[in-house]
Design a binder for this molecule. Structure first.
Ligand code: AMP
Ligand code: GLY
Length: 426
């Protein structure tokens, strides 16, 4: 079988490595891929957001199955276009992708169908939003409606911060059209859990839970990033919490999307907060998370391609989705300055890391001299699995310590909180 994977980051690298384990797979093409993915697939330089370019490519080079991994091509209707060409796909169509692409859509869906989430108000008008934040309870969370690279969310402790966030979104256009509508949301407290789930629009099969580390600095300090590292499983996702999530959140979400006439097929990502009143949805993503995928897929025992095809064909109920009992840790190595300005083109020395860990490339490229160089903010995910979390973390850091480039940064405490929880529970 010939497969197409749209995207070019660490998540796509992890997906491709897993897909390759199926013996029927003869070729994988990544659009655009990156220098690491090029070791596992054929990379063609067509941007993931270039839907026209992607469809033209597929017309000339037919594929048996396509996986559309990032949020923007999903929101732009990449799956719809491929379906029109009778290409089977893993991923939601544009109408279903609104569950991530519009926070207003997601919040209204949860309200209508009684899915637990933070209380909220929607504003289209800056004056009304500014009047609201003069009186609302604090802290308040201000979110741009549309996709904003994970940066459209501001947690405001004071009215001044809230007013500034409203102005940045609605008057200064900090997030472009994404910020013309905003959601002002109640601040929730509790540990965060990420759960990715396969669904064919009928049944939902959750994957092993994970924990992201979104802030750039140790001890959860500094600005938010795309994710500086992950561990799986997440110790806060107890069997009791999992049971409540299935009943109160996962199944009702699938039913709600069906009732709205936009059934969701693919990977639905539940960003959850385990509050004292039970689990609540912080956000939905219409795709695999990055770097959650880098710890979740290495623990998947079942065949990924079989599951993805079952999601498209509506046969997930009969398809096993099994995970190993072990743990995984992914340490993200990033460019100095990230998530702010950073330099590219730094030569990467991998040392012995390739023998010690799975390396998932996020932002890497080959220089004109054929050297591996940095090409993004997040550069490389160093991932290890083990029978227990402590060993997985230890192995991942030993391998990460092998890697060097000028200005490289990495958090030193990925998994530390999870380990603390596990040790406290003993
Ligand atoms: P999002 O892009 O919606 O995932 O938000 C980014 C991060 O902001 C989340 O991972 C949370 O840590 C935090 N966050 C978002 N919404 C809330 C909320 N209502 N209460 C507390 N923290 C929040
Ligand atoms: N790691 C969070 C995300 O993929 O949105």
């Amino acid at each position: 079988m010939k497969l197409l994977v749209v995207g070019g980051g660490g998540r796509e690298h992890a997906i491709i490595k897993k897909l390759k384990q199926n013996p029927d797979v003869t070729e994988i093409v990544a659009l655009p891929g990156n220098a690491g993915i090029a070791q596992d697939a054929k990379c063609v330089n067509i941007k993931a957001t270039d839907i026209e370019g992607i469809t033209q490519y597929v017309k000339r080079n037919p594929v048996d199955f396509a996986v559309v991994a990032p949020d923007d091509p999903l929101a732009l209707g990449c799956v719809d276009r491929l379906h029109e060409m009778d290409v089977k796909c893993f991923g939601p169509d544009a109408r279903a992708a609104r569950i991530e692409a519009s926070k207003v859509f997601a919040k209204n869906l949860m309200k209508k169908y009684g899915i637990p989430t933070a209380a909220y108000e929607v504003f289209k008008d800056a004056e009304a939003a500014l009047a609201y934040v003069k009186l609302c309870a604090l802290p308040v969370v201000i979110k741009a409606d549309g996709l904003a690279l994970g940066k459209g969310v501001t947690i405001c402790m004071t009215r001044e911060e809230a007013a500034a966030a409203v102005k940045a979104c609605m008057l200064d256009g900090a997030f472009g059209a994404s910020g013309s509508r905003i959601v002002a949301e109640e601040y929730l407290e509790g540990p965060e859990v990420s759960v990715l789930a396969f669904t064919d629009g009928k049944v939902v099969k959750p994957m092993v839970s994970s924990m992201d580390h979104k802030r750039v600095g140790d001890g959860d300090t500094g600005p938010n990033t795309g994710g500086m590292g992950t561990i799986a499983p997440n110790p806060c996702y107890t069997p009791e919490v999992a049971g409540r999530c299935m009943k109160e959140i996962f199944l009702p979400t699938i039913a709600a999307m069906n009732a709205e006439g936009c059934p969701f097929k693919g990977c639905l990502y539940f960003g959850l907060m385990v509050t004292k009143d039970g689990p609540k949805v912080i956000e939905y993503n219409c795709r695999f998370g990055d770097p959650e995928t880098q710890v979740v897929l290495p623990l998947l025992k079942s065949d990924l391609l079989t599951i993805m095809r079952a999601c498209e064909d509506g046969t997930l109920a009969d398809t096993p989705v099994e995970f190993s009992d072990g743990a995984a840790c992914c340490v993200m190595l990033a460019s100095g300055g990230y998530p702010g300005k950073y330099e590219k083109g730094k030569v990467i020395d991998l040392g012995d890391a390739p023998e010690m860990a799975e390396l998932y490339h996020s932002g890497t490229a080959l220089s004109d001299d054929g050297e591996l160089v940095t090409a993004g903010g997040r550069v490389l995910g160093v991932c290890c699995t083990a029978g227990d979390l402590e060993t997985a973390i230890d192995r991942a850091y030993r391998a990460a310590d092998q890697v060097k480039w000028d200005g490289m940064i990495c958090r030193r405490d990925i998994g530390a909180r999870a380990l603390g929880i596990l040790k406290g529970a003993k």
